[in-house]
Design a protein around this ligand. Structure first.
Ligand SMILES: Cc1cc2nc3c(=O)[nH]c(=O)nc-3n(C[C@H](O)[C@H](O)[C@H](O)COP(=O)(O)OP(=O)(O)OC[C@H]3O[C@@H](n4cnc5c(N)ncnc54)[C@H](O)[C@@H]3O)c2cc1C
Length: 291
């Protein structure tokens, strides 16, 4: 399947004038617990397939430690740091405003296809007259990318002609870049974000778990409607803990209230890519997506 997205003549001219920048990519890092996420490392790998010039943008508050770590990641040539109290939380309006200021110098802007990425990347892209490509699973060349369509039943090959290509990368489709071997130069940038954006952070509530994240776990033990109760899921939790894995569930099990919504695997749940997937009492997760 081949889709070609067409843009206006002026944008095409801009694309041409920017071709001298030859695949200079900006990866927008996602920071958690003083480090960049595994999804960020996978996004760096995707960016390095576009070209060798990979810069990482670290936006947040007190993100110096994360910036220092990502500077060591293999393939990273530069790290731009925007440290600002207004970026302390994942408010899309503030993060997109910060990104717009630096994105103009790059041909490609990539971020992990996480909830945060899906929130602020389209805003930044719209401000720069681009339309983002989501859930990219393969880089064909610097203008051509692949993404799943029809619940993963077909792969679309997309040619982008935007001057600045905004891309959300599906982290499970790329290997994580090695956390050593890089020597990125760290540079502070003025993010230019106001401390009173139109949206204000109120609170964040997170499910805390000792188990690995479902989206990146190497082992997933998943239960379906046949588990019959939340109490019975404890058996799967015990097995997952013995295997060092995460616990997942079908939509039917989630809808029945056996387990919380963030356990759900599949088209309307989380994308998983484990080495071992154990499914118990599930029949037909037709929309199971594992890439
Ligand atoms: C647009 C759309 C999006 C969807 N997105 C998702 C999604 O993201 N994730 C998802 O999971 N689903 C999704 N679904 C729903 C999906 O199609 C299935 O309906 C659902 O996954 C079925 O869940 P299940 O296999 O647990 O339940 P069932 O199909 O009911 O299967 C339960 C199985 O357990 C067996 N069983 C029953 N009792 C026992 C027992 N005592 N011991 C052992 N086995 C037993 C049964 O024989 C059966 O095989 C989506 C559907 C649509 C239309």
């Amino acid at each position: 399947m081949f889709f070609s997205r067409s843009i206006g003549a002026s944008a095409a001219r801009r694309a041409l004038s920017l071709s001298s920048r030859n695949g200079s990519s900006l990866v927008v890092a996602e920071v958690a617990g003083g480090d960049v996420t595994p999804g960020t490392l996978a996004t760096i790998t995707a960016a390095s397939k576009i070209g060798p010039d990979v810069t990482v943008f670290v936006a947040g508050h007190n993100v110096g430690a994360a910036a220092a770590k990502v500077a060591n990641v293999k393939g990273v040539s530069k790290v731009l740091v925007a440290d600002n109290a207004a970026l302390a939380n994942k408010v899309a309006e503030a993060h997109s405003a910060a990104l717009v200021g630096v994105a103009k110098n790059f041909t490609h802007v990539l971020a992990p296809a996480s909830n945060h990425g899906k929130n602020f990347i389209p805003r930044a892209a719209a401000l720069l007259d681009s339309s983002p490509l989501t859930d990219v699973v393969s880089v064909v060349d610097e203008n051509t990318f692949q993404r799943p369509v029809y619940a993963g039943n077909a792969i679309a090959t997309m040619k982008m002609t935007d001057a600045i290509k905004f891309i959300l990368v599906r982290p499970t489709a790329f290997e994580k870049a090695a956390t050593t071997g890089g020597s990125g130069k760290i540079e502070n940038v003025d993010a230019g974000v106001s401390s009173s954006p139109s949206a204000k952070f109120v609170s964040e509530s997170q499910t805390k778990s000792e188990r690995p994240d479902l989206g990146t776990a190497r082992v997933v033990v998943s239960g379906g409607r046949g588990m019959k109760s939340g109490e019975n899921f404890k058996m799967l939790e015990t097995l997952a803990d013995k295997l060092g894995g995460a616990v997942g569930a079908s939509r039917a099990a989630v809808d029945a209230g056996f387990v919380p919504n963030d356990y759900q695997v599949g088209q309307t749940g989380k994308v998983v890519a484990p080495d071992l997937y154990i499914a118990v009492s599930t029949l037909r997760i037709i929309s199971l997506s594992t890439r």
